[in-house]
Design a protein around this ligand. Sequence first.
Ligand code: SAM
Ligand code: SF4
Length: 324
Amino acid sequence: MLVDGHGREVNYLRVSVTERCNFRCQYCMPEKPFSWVPKENLLSFEELFLFIKVAIDEGVNKIRLTGGEPLLREDLDTFVKMIHDYKPEIDLALTSNGFLLEETAQRLKDAGLKRLNISLDSLKPAVAAQIAQKNVLGKVMRGIDRALEVGLGVKINMVPLKGINDNEIIDVLEYCHDKGIKVRFIEYMENAHASADIEGMHGKEILSKIKEKYEIRALGREGASPSFNYIIEELGYEFGLIDPHKHDFCESCNRIRLTAEGHLIPCLYFDEALSIAESVKEGDIQGAAEVLAKVLQDKPKENRWSETLHDEDVSSRAFYQTGG
Ligand code: SAM
Ligand code: SF4
């Protein structure tokens, strides 16, 4: 079992397989980054897998592949299969913008993928295009349908933004209810890479919008999940709210993050990271395990997004590098 320096059990590894993306979401990557990580610095699937095996052997039982857009990495299904075949009981999931899912869902399912979170910020083509800076909605919606058709577990992520998609919170919730899938509303997390002129919504504001139409009841956090769950009794429908600005958000944090170039990141907010690249390139399992132990020991107690924002509450970490 892996335990961090604050006594929290860590059993969840998020792996960003690429920082590149085919969208330019306003809250994440509004401009193409000044420079991408050079291709030669990206770890191969075999190198990433060597670390993943170490993490699984030490107690990780939940892995999520993310990015950038993970489906841009060629043959992602072979990577899924490597992890699945090593330990089929691993809770193996993916987070994607859904754009390439129509073509890839079946292969991912066949390779052993179990679940998928898809970002859907609007049901209006023009608004979706405003956020992603590309005409995306039709393909994303077909991707969602295809994922459901092949039997993947699907959840939807929406980031509500003031004056952009805040009037669609109920529409997205009802769309998800109709499809029988769960939606999680994610508070916008301030970061130095996002467009300066966007403003996120706090959890309370998101809930108020839902309360304009429905009565809701709080259910609580689901284990170590970052999502706080609510139920709309009249629909028998549960949805989630991811609220990193809330003071108790980090108490049960169970995760670490690995980037495509091998940085092991203990917290989404902070810049701190150690590299496992050298170890995995040399096949040094012991070295990789030592980096893992050090990162866990130094994992921060909490992020610095707070309910009352100050200047320092803007993270300089890029979401497209860590995978959110
Ligand atoms: N490209 C994939 C996608 O969009 O789902 C995976 C990577 S993306 C970084 C993972 C998640 O982070 C998405 O649900 C996205 O909406 C969320 N995200 C990105 N930037 C964010 C921000 N500044 N605040 C809150 N959520 C953010
Ligand atoms: Fe790409 Fe996902 Fe970031 Fe949007 S949120 S720019 S889809 S990585």
